[in-house]
Design a protein around this ligand. Structure first.
Ligand code: TTP
Ligand code: MG
Length: 361
């Protein structure tokens, strides 16, 4: 079973201010550079009707909601994290095995308690929804399937406030007609490649020669796509350990030693990484910069903190310090810049640990 909270950050905002419910609510990550610079973190379904979505620049969302009484709010990580912690504690009680996969998402292995009977999965899913509504006043969407892959796609099928149960004998009829990008791992680039190969629906992928898929996407990914198209997945539901690192890198418009030009680019990278760690509910202890100099050499500098954080200010401040220092150590111009976060904690860790960094961050 995959449980995904509906329009999570925006629903949290409605929770503490119910008068927002009727109007478009847009939760934003303001970059601070100018009044409306930054990106939309998420929006409620009222705002989505106007075409507002996650990742969109704030100014564009404002344009779509011109002349509409809409609420634009800044993200409040601490509050969402508190709500998330409470939600996860409720969900955990419904699972034989539990795996949180994001701030608002978790897999529940319910095989034992349903005796692997899909007919008892539906009342169980409804109970989960009722419990979340009663205890936290929150709605979610639930997918149930024979494995994580199918459960995830099922949960996306009826949003918001939906329940979709796909028993083993319905897997292929459910997946076949869906567009291939409903599979995890098929992003914009892969979608384009697949469409050029004549693959539009999951059934097209299922029929495609697996050797040819491997030739195009490599052995691992080719095999994954083949199995995924058939609804095959053997990943167990289990609490995850710590992720390794995430990074973003970009080429500067011009080679430079000008700190302002560098920071303008790294700020964008930081905003991007910040959105990602918020989405995954993780926190970092190490911030690193990457500098590719005009001699094509790659340099890295890093700083590790005592306490985990998800603070964008700390991220940007550290990146600035590290670049300042790097520029004094090298006299070469910089061509590409990157930011890397590592030493994660978060993901399903206990609540005290998650909230303790906010004060220090
Ligand atoms: P999602 O579950 O992907 O989105 P959602 O809960 O807002 O909407 P849905 O009803 O479709 O499930 O992400 C969970 C939260 O993560 C979301 O509320 C805000 C945050 N997030 C970002 O900050 N940036 C992003 O690009 C995405 C996708 C999510
Ligand atoms: Mg969600």
């Amino acid at each position: 079973m995959l449980v995904d909270l509906d329009y999570f950050f925006a629903q949290c905002e409605e929770l503490r201010n119910p008068s927002l419910k009727e109007k478009p609510v847009v939760v934003c990550v303001y970059s601070g550079r100018s009044e409306d610079s930054g990106a939309v973190s998420t929006a409620n379904y009222v705002a989505r009707k106007y075409g507002v979505k996650s990742g969109m620049p704030i100014f564009l969302a404002k344009k779509k909601l011109e002349n509409v009484d809409a609420a634009f709010l800044a993200v409040d990580d601490q509050f969402y994290d508190e709500v998330s912690g409470k939600v996860m504690n409720i969900l955990r009680n419904f699972a034989d095995e539990f795996e949180q996969v994001g701030i608002d998402e978790a897999y529940l292995d319910v095989t034992k308690r349903t005796h692997a009977n899909f007919e008892s999965a539906e009342p169980l899913a409804k109970m989960v929804k009722i419990e979340l509504l009663n205890q936290q006043k929150l709605t979610c969407s639930i997918g149930v399937g024979p494995n994580k892959l199918v459960a995830k796609i099922a949960a996306d099928e009826n949003k918001p406030d939906g329940v979709t149960i796909i028993s083993p004998n319905r897997v292929s009829s459910f997946l076949d007609p869906l567009p291939v990008n409903r599979l995890i791992g098929v992003g914009t680039k892969t979608l384009e490649k697949m469409q050029n190969m004549g693959i539009y629906k999951i059934s097209d992928l299922a029929r495609y020669d697996v050797q040819k898929l491997m030739a195009v996407f490599g052995r691992t990914l080719g095999t994954y796509f083949h199995n995924a198209s058939l609804g095959l997945d053997n990943e167990p539901v289990r609490e995850k350990g710590e992720a390794e690192s995430i990074s973003r890198i970009a080429t500067l418009k011009q080679n430079t030693r000008d700190l302002n030009i560098i920071l303008e680019k790294t700020d964008e990278l930081c905003n991007d990484l910040h959105g990602r760690i918020l989405g995954e509910k993780s926190t970092f202890k190490t911030v690193a910069i990457i500098a590719v100099t005009t001699d094509i050499n790659t340099h890295a500098r890093s700083k590790t903190f005592e306490n985990p954080s998800n603070s964008i200010e700390l991220m940007k401040k550290t990146v600035k310090e590290l670049f300042e220092k790097f520029l004094t150590e090298s006299d070469l111009e910089i061509r590409r810049v990157g930011v890397k976060l590592s030493n994660f904690s978060g993901l399903g860790k206990n609540q005290a640990q998650i909230t303790s960094f906010f004060e220090s961050g």
